[in-house]
Design a protein around this ligand. Structure first.
Ligand code: ATP
Length: 247
């Protein structure tokens, strides 16, 4: 009995006029996998993310979440069903506190939206447990605009993970962080992986990609040019010529 893909792209394409930003990608994301996507600027990574999370419609092909086509379902509906994504630019309500951001995320993602029931014990406990797991408890009452970049990045993941997503899509989780901060984030990602969350992320920081992912995809001009173990990226001639540039 083989497990079914939790998320699947079938010959997915996105055209902008004559440009094929995503040019026919097939992908099966299996439960528990951690997939890292790399590739040069303009390769189509963010567009592919937008397609597989239902933020933009495909030009061709089909995306399935839990075996069902996502066509026509709004992104917030998919988020409630367990397909959650974050964005490259750190979002959130910067004038609110860390705790308030977490609670807002829980409330907006709640399936049961009876007013008055949302600040209940269960939701409070989820927020507190997640903040603890991310090392953010001490910053709970700090305003987001006052916390360091690393903590903001962690908060972005925490507000997504508090929903206990089936698939979590992260767009450049460590962009702009210093090397020591990247190391800390790598440990955090290993803890998230250990919970069994299925992860797909885009990341230019190769050290992060190779140490967190168990499967790497490299995109170039809207296509997948590599799909395999992260350890094989550096040895792949095509990847070296278009992406790593002898680095
Ligand atoms: P980066 O690493 O710089 O974030 P990327 O791999 O995420 O790049 P995309 O942002 O997906 O690449 O862009 C792929 C191509 O599609 C680029 O040539 C971009 O200019 C083009 N593109 C993306 N969105 C649109 C749009 N809304 N309209 C027209 N062209 C677009």
């Amino acid at each position: 009995d083989k497990a079914l893909p939790v998320l699947e792209a079938r010959a997915v394409a996105k055209h902008y006029g004559a440009l094929a930003a995503v040019d026919g990608i097939d992908l099966k994301v299996m439960p528990g996998q951690t997939i890292g996507i790399g590739g040069p600027n303009g390769a189509g990574k963010t567009t592919f993310f937008d397609l597989i999370s239902g933020f933009i419609p495909v030009t061709k092909g089909e995306v399935l979440f839990m075996g069902e086509p996502i066509k026509g379902l709004p992104a917030h509906h998919l988020a409630r069903a367990g397909l959650v994504r974050t964005f490259q630019v750190t979002s959130g309500f910067t004038s609110l506190t860390v705790w308030q951001n977490m609670m807002a995320s829980v409330i907006f993602g709640a399936r049961d939206t009876k007013p008055g029931l949302l600040f209940n014990r269960g939701n409070r406990a989820r927020v507190e447990t997640t903040l603890e797991a991310f090392g953010l408890s001490d910053l709970a009452s700090a305003r987001v605009e006052d916390i360091p970049a690393l903590a903001r990045k962690k908060l972005m993941v925490a507000t997504a993970i508090v929903h206990e997503p089936k698939v979590l899509l992260l767009d450049e989780p460590v962009s702009g962080l210093m090397p020591s901060e990247v190391d800390e984030f790598i440990s955090l990602m290993h803890e998230i992986r250990a919970r069994g969350t299925t992860l797909v992320f885009i990341e230019h920081v190769m050290r992060f990609l190779t140490s967190v992912a168990d499967r790497a995809l490299i995109m170039h001009q809207g296509k997948l040019i590599y799909d395999g173990p992260p350890s094989g990226i550096g040895r792949d001639e095509t990847v070296r010529s278009v992406y790593l540039g002898g680095a």
